[in-house]
Design a protein around this ligand. Structure first.
Ligand SMILES: NC(=O)c1ccc[n+]([C@@H]2O[C@H](COP(=O)([O-])OP(=O)(O)OC[C@H]3O[C@@H](n4cnc5c(N)ncnc54)[C@H](O)[C@@H]3O)[C@@H](O)[C@H]2O)c1
Length: 448
């Protein structure tokens, strides 16, 4: 439906949902995104590209200052994207939470980490909800996008918002819509990934579906916020369990001298019933290692054991240690003690072509190697510097002299910018945990 067609829809004055619907259809709605990180910033720009004015709210004043100056800190978002949105007045970055009062829609994209005890840490969500509750007014749509366990929107967020005396479904509207962005994936931007939406009431679902329907290619409405919350956890648990399975199969293959990569390649020729997952040095990022634990926590709280998640977590978490032990064995076979050996890590972000190092297995491998007495260095075009165990490290270029001066190079993250031929030609020994050197014939390479 075009904007001119919808501009004539009848609006009953005083009907909060009709007024919001009208504003959404005519692009007069002012949208807000709380949390401008890997999820929130691309989302804000997707809204802005659809023609809405978007206020981006973040507590991190450095991030807000960078955006206001036209600088992006997210690999998938370019400076020119930011500059364009700023120029059109379709992106207004701010730390001022009072702006919430003037918004018609507020989406929440704040972190949902784990506490040290492996319990969900919902403090960021609750801080954002507090900021909204203080300013909630009739006609606002609130959408939680942060990944969380089923029941969060209904049991924690809704009661807090209703403390204002406003009624959901009548005065304000509430929905959950899981964010499925895949940082670094050039094929699927926020706009192209179908959006799942579940509202607290049918009208909440309709309004949230309308919002996303105006901005992304496809919207799938589910019957409740709980279902929408569970969708995201199923997706990421599915990945975690399958990666654990293939990691365990890879260890068995390595033990028996079978090339697991060749096995997966052949199995993937089956056009049905098999989906390839690939082994690696362990899980990283803010999603796959964490989200299943949210589900596990909820299941335990409800007295229901989820055995697959525990097992997958055990296998995946042990991978960095397993890889470090293999690196020790490889050097040992060369007559080189790991203590004092020069180990060069290639790629420290948790996955290819992005700068995010959260939960990265590379950091764990570096820590374990340092503890075992190795002299550790690294190269990563996306991560210029990092601090580990109180020591500062700086990325070295992937150059012949750097590679020649190490005893072992470990490919932990297979960035497409790496010159694998140079790596294979100059490092005396290469341990490739990602099959990145596939196709390069070299006797000094061991694929793990
Ligand atoms: N990173 C991913 O690939 C990905 C993918 C899908 C879903 N998710 C989920 O999306 C959510 C956000 O993840 P992310 O990776 O974008 O996190 P992030 O750390 O990159 O960004 C979060 C932002 O929120 C800001 N923030 C924290 N508390 C705030 C508050 N009270 N008010 C305003 N701003 C606040 C932080 O300063 C930061 O800029 C998480 O629940 C995560 O599980 C992440």
């Amino acid at each position: 439906m075009s904007t001119s067609e919808v501009a004539v829809i009848p609006v009953r004055i005083g009907d909060a949902s009709m007024e919001l619907e009208y504003k959404l259809r005519t692009r007069q709605a002012s949208l807000g995104v709380i949390g401008l990180g890997y999820v929130g910033l691309p989302l804000a720009l997707t809204f802005s590209r659809a023609g809405y004015a978007v206020t981006g709210l973040d507590v991190d004043s450095k991030r807000v200052a960078a955006l206001s100056a036209g600088h992006s800190y997210i690999t998938d978002v370019s400076d020119s994207d930011i500059a364009h949105a700023l120029k059109e007045r379709r992106l207004i970055p701010t730390t001022d939470m009072d702006q919430i009062a003037g918004l018609d829609v507020v989406t929440i994209c704040v972190p949902t980490p784990l506490r040290k005890t492996k319990e969900p840490d919902l403090s960021y969500i609750m801080a954002a909800i507090d900021a909204i509750t203080q300013r909630l007014r009739r006609g606002q749509l609130i959408v939680l996008e942060s990944t969380t366990y089923p029941g969060t929107t209904e049991e924690l967020v809704l009661p807090k918002l209703q403390e204002t005396g406003l009624k959901v479904g009548k005065d304000f509207f509430l929905a959950f819509s899981p964010e499925r962005v895949d940082p670094g994936n050039q094929n699927y931007s926020t706009q192209k990934i179908p959006k799942v939406v579940g509202g607290t009431t049918p009208r909440c679902s309709e309004l949230a579906a309308l919002l996303y329907g105006e901005c992304v290619d496809q919207v799938h409405v589910v019957s409740s916020t709980r279902v929408a919350e569970m969708v995201k956890l199923l997706e990421n648990t599915f990945r975690s369990v399958n990666i654990a399975l293939v990691n365990e199969i890879a260890l068995m293959c390595s033990h028996t001298g079978i090339d697991v990569w060749e096995v997966i390649q052949a199995a993937a020729t089956k056009p049905f019933g098999f989906m390839p997952f690939y082994p690696g040095p362990g899980l990283g990022g803010h999603c796959i290692p964490i989200d299943p634990i949210y589900l596990l926590w909820k299941a335990r709280a409800d007295g229901f054991p989820l055995r697959f998640i525990d097992l997958a977590d055990e296998i995946n978490s042990s991978m960095p240690r397993t890889m470090t032990i293999r690196a020790m064995e490889l050097l040992n076979q060369q007559g080189i003690a790991f203590k004092g050996a020069r180990v060069h890590i290639l790629g420290v972000s948790y996955k290819r072509d992005i700068s995010d190092t959260r939960e990265s297995p590379a950091l764990e491998i570096m820590k374990l190697s340092l503890t075992a007495g190795a002299i550790v260095s690294y190269s990563d075009p996306f991560v210029p510097a990092l601090t580990l165990q109180g020591r500062d490290f700086h990325s070295l270029p992937v150059a012949a002299e750097v590679l020649r001066s190490c005893d072992l190079a470990i490919i932990v993250t297979d960035h497409s910018q790496f010159d694998y031929e140079c790596i294979v030609n100059h490092a005396p020994l290469v341990f490739d945990t990602r099959n990145a050197t596939n196709g390069l014939q070299a006797e000094n390479v061991v694929r793990g």
